[in-house]
Design a protein around this ligand. Structure first.
Ligand code: NAD
Length: 499
């Protein structure tokens, strides 16, 4: 009998009632290991009611007490790191070392949220007029929700609920139906850390649950991370229902290699950034842009033998560079893009299709794939592939190279490899992309800065975590107060009016 997962509402595991389920696979074997319940609108409404009931007391709790829950939660994450990483790998397929990184990067946002007493402080002006002071407060919004993708099932929920809950909101996570067990476990640990029941809830589901959250009048804000078409839909539908929404989306990140770059570092970095986690990262580096044919030829000559040495293995294989992709459907999609790039005229140098692992013949494995002579008009270049596929687009000048990420529909991350500080500085200032790495292949900002892309990589006015996160999850109230002391000056003070 297949194991049945649950929702997590008001501090308890709650069985699904809709009668609809989605399969959770072990990507290493292709076997269905569990079923996720897909919530109905009524089940979503029950979770919202639990979060709503928990809100007044949580919002009223002083910020250092909320921070203490975050400190304890961070300790529990450290204690349970191995368990969480193994659970994550078993549903996602990434190797355990990558899963530890997933938990670690989420935990860093919790560390950031431990500083909430300072982060949530408002501003104060004494004496804006006679006897008049002005101050502002950052107040929580109420019940808020996060809808998350499959590829970082620990980090991305924590990007959202870490900051939102620290600010005094109560939260509902709607995780990816492909790997919901880590978010469920995080909710249990959060309760163990001392959070009151109903502060963090998990609702599993698909479009029906997402729509129910988008339409529910008591849900005040929604943060979404996933693919661009759905992000666009969530952003518009949420706004139509009067919600504050931020929706982070797809990506196709470029790594520009100048002729003076340290090629040893470039090769090492591309092996990790293009193929690590089977390329299923929104900050992966699936496009290399060497400047000049000599740079391109050297890059390819150095990459091909290294790519052939990469070990694809099951996610518990500590020698494996990366594991399977998340689903059979995604494997087919990636392999179709490889065929498309070939048909479009890309020169296939290493073909990862048709890889099977002995003893794991039905696992969702794809070998590393390398294309040369990819051009900007190819659909396989303009689309996000989200697999272990590296496309080389040759450019003759830095200007030509820099135009590629700037003109691309996505603008999440970009990297430049060079020893020329001035060139790098100008590139960083001008490129039309949200996150830039200079000799850093995956420039994911640390938790106390903020994460977010441009163009079709984010439908959002605010980024994830950092002070932007605090701004997204709170509303500002500005108070102008007057305590007259009866003096003439005081009586004659007139507040400026529109007229
Ligand atoms: P996805 O868009 O398929 O799913 C994301 C979420 O949306 C899931 O919770 C899913 O259940 C829900 N969903 C799916 N179909 C829906 C529909 N029709 N209506 C409403 N909700 C729906 O994304 P995914 O495959 O889980 O994740 C991979 C994508 O996420 C890639 O495009 C990747 O680039 C992107 N991503 C972006 C960032 C970022 O910060 N920019 C980070 C990680 C992943």
């Amino acid at each position: 009998m297949t194991r049945e997962l649950s929702h997590y509402v008001n501090g308890e595991a709650v069985s699904g009632k809709s009668g609809r389920f989605s399969d959770v696979y072990d990507p290493n074997t292709g076997i269905v290991q569990a079923k996720t319940p897909l919530a109905s609108a009524v089940e979503v409404s029950d979770a919202v009611a639990a979060a709503q009931a928990a809100f007044p007391a949580w919002a009223a709790m002083n910020p250092q007490r909320r921070a203490r829950v975050m400190f304890r939660f961070k300790d529990l994450l450290e204690q349970h790191m191995d368990e969480l990483a193994e659970l994550l790998s078993s549903e996602h397929g990434k190797v355990v070392a990558d899963s530890r990184g997933d938990v670690q990067r989420g935990m860093e946002v919790i560390e950031f949220a431990c500083g909430i007493p300072h982060l949530q402080k408002g501003e104060y002006t004494e004496g804006a007029g006679p006897g008049i002071d002005v101050y502002s407060m950052h107040q929580p919004l109420g019940v808020v929700a996060g809808i998350t993708p499959f590829n970082f099932p620990a980090m991305i929920p924590m990007w959202m609920f870490g900051v939102a809950i620290a600010c005094g909101n109560t939260f509902i996570i709607k995780p990816s139906e492909k790997d919901p067990s880590v978010p469920l476990r995080l909710a249990e640990l959060f309760l163990e850390a001392g959070a009151p029941k109903g502060v963090l809830n998990v609702i599993n589901g698909d479009k029906e649950a997402v729509d129910a959250l988008l339409e529910h009048p008591d849900v005040k804000a929604i943060s979404f991370v996933g693919s661009s078409d759905i992000a666009h839909y969530v952003s518009h539908t949420g706004a139509k229902h009067g919600k504050r929404v931020q929706a982070m989306a797809g990506a196709k990140n470029h790594g520009i290699i100048l002729p003076d770059a340290d090629m040893d570092q470039v090769v090492r970095d591309f092996l990790g950034a293009a193929f690590g986690s089977a390329g299923e990262r929104c900050m992966a580096l699936p496009v290399a842009v060497p400047v000049g044919d000599a740079t391109a030829d050297e890059f390819i000559a150095r990459m091909v033998p290294e790519i052939k040495k990469l070990k694809v293995g099951i996610s518990t294989d500590s020698d494996a560079h990366y594991g399977p992709v998340v689903s059979a459907a995604h494997k087919v999609r990636v392999e179709n893009y490889i065929a498309m790039c070939e048909e479009e005229g890309g020169k296939l140098l290493v073909d990862g299709r048709g890889l099977t692992l002995q003893g794991h013949e039905n696992g969702f494995f794809i070998g590393p794939t390398l294309f040369d002579h990819v051009t900007a008009d190819m659909r396989s270049y303009t689309d996000e592939i989200f697999g272990p596929v590296l496309q080389v687009v040759r450019a003759q000048t830095l200007e030509e190279a820099a135009a590629l990420p700037s003109n691309h529909q996505y603008g999440n991350g970009v990297a430049i490899f060079t020893r020329n500080g001035l060139a790098a500085r100008e590139f960083a200032a001008k490129v039309q992309v949200g996150m830039v790495g200079i000799n850093v292949p995956i420039p994911v900002p640390v938790a106390y800065h903020t994460f977010g892309g441009w163009k079709r990589s984010a439908f959002a006015d605010t980024n994830q975590h950092g002070t932007e996160g605090v701004r997204f999850w709170t509303k500002i109230k500005t108070v102008t107060q007057r305590w007259p002391d009866g003096s003439v000056d005081d009586q004659s003070f007139i507040i400026p009016t529109m007229g």
